[in-house]
Design a protein around this ligand. Structure first.
Ligand code: F6R
Length: 369
């Protein structure tokens, strides 16, 4: 049942290219038009949206953080992302022109469900992004976009995360298209890039041997820090979450630019710091800023694990360990940069002798608030 893999998690990591492709399938017309057929909101409803709130927990929240960058960039609608458990208790400003996007793999997470109910009481429109057909969250939403990731058995979320990202990109592009803020050819160009991501994930998966070796090296570390900027920041948070939940190690993700405001004091001789480097193309400025941040941590003795784009020859000199991923447009990059971090956490946990599929204290779906 594990398809020859030691753990469901490894099997699910390997299924990611297919899971992304399945989530995109049927929603991209040849013209580049995006159709979201399960969305029972009219185009006019979507044109009236003046604010988007994304609510979710854990890994799904990290997908929401990435989505905020894409949705604001493509649609020009203000978008906030909030932990579902915090959302309803602070009296958020919602009305019928607010679109609340609830992201949940299981569709049963109580915190997310309560946030959704609160949003509905305030007359907001609710769109669910969910992996489980007929579960409570999509049933109570005005609209649903299912991720077609297939069942996720391992407690730690992997393929659900990448499919949530794919679904969020579709929502962003659809909104931009309906509201006329992106031309059809611009949407089509992003769609083409999205279609190319499953084969890029495949290529990342083919190159995981150095990550396995690195995992054995890092298994005794006291703490591992993760840094990133822009969409690399939620990727850093996700890498740290995976390591905490599977390996029971202290791990923390930071916005790379925040380090100098305090957390850099944590860095000591040999502290492993995993650095997610943005694409050198497009917004090269982001990449250069992260390189300066890497230099800052190295100057304090950090041992750096650098995730960077193939062909970015300048980064090697800042990396004690270099992991390369295929070049991917900035906003879509989390689809590839997350993958080595999933494998790293899984292999470190396994090297420490833990049950990767059933980490202690955790359940696959969290149905209490
Ligand atoms: C982490 C993980 C959790 C879930 C979170 C939300 O690997 O699995 O953080 O992402 O509990 O669960 P769903 O998506 O089912 O609402």
């Amino acid at each position: 049942e594990k398809g020859g893999y030691d753990y469901f998690m490894l099997k699910e990591i390997a299924e990611q290219p297919q899971a992304i492709a399945d989530t995109l399938r049927g929603r991209l017309a040849e013209t580049g038009e995006i159709t979201l057929d399960e969305v029972r909101l009219t185009d006019q409803d979507l044109r009236d949206v003046d604010k988007v709130f994304i609510v979710a927990c854990g890994t799904a929240y990290h997908a929401g953080m990435v989505a905020k960058y894409a949705i604001e960039h493509w649609t020009r609608i203000p978008c906030e992302v909030e932990l579902a458990s915090e959302f309803r208790y602070r009296d958020p400003v919602l009305d019928r022109s607010t679109l609340v996007v609830a992201i949940s793999q299981s569709g049963e997470t109580m915190d997310t469900l309560m946030a959704l109910r609160h949003a509905k009481q305030q007359k907001a429109r609710v769109l669910a992004i969910c992996n489980t057909n007929g579960s409570t969250i999509p049933r109570e939403s005005d609209a649903v976009l299912y991720t077609h990731g297939g069942p996720e058995i391992a407690v730690a979320s992997t393929k659900a995360f990448l499919t949530q990202l794919a679904a969020c990109y579709l929502v962003g592009l659809h909104l931009a298209q309906v509201r006329g803020v992106m031309y059809a050819d611009e949407v089509a160009a992003v769609v083409e890039q999205l279609r190319g991501t499953p084969s890029k994930v495949d290529r990342v998966l083919e190159q995981m041997e150095p990550v396995r070796e690195l995992a054995r090296d890092l298994a005794e570390a006291k703490s591992v820090l993760f840094i990133g900027r822009h969409v690399g920041y939620p990727v850093a948070l996700e890498g740290a979450l995976k390591l905490k939940e599977l390996a029971y190690m202290h791990a923390e993700g930071f916005a790379a630019g925040e380090l100098k405001h305090g957390p850099i004091a944590l860095i000591d001789q040999g502290t492993p710091v995993v650095c997610v480097v943005p694409s050198a193309r497009g917004r090269g400025v982001l990449r250069d800023k992260v390189i300066s941040n890497i230099q800052e941590v190295r100057a304090r003795g950090a041992r750096t694990v650098v995730i960077a784009e193939e062909g970015d020859d300048g980064v090697a000199r800042y990396a004690d360990h270099l992991i390369v991923v295929p070049p991917t447009p900035t906003l879509l990059a989390p689809l590839v940069t997350t993958v080595p971090l999933q494998v790293l956490a899984c292999e470190i946990a396994s090297a420490r002798g833990h049950d990767v599929d059933q980490p202690r204290n955790l359940a696959k779906s969290v149905t209490v608030e």
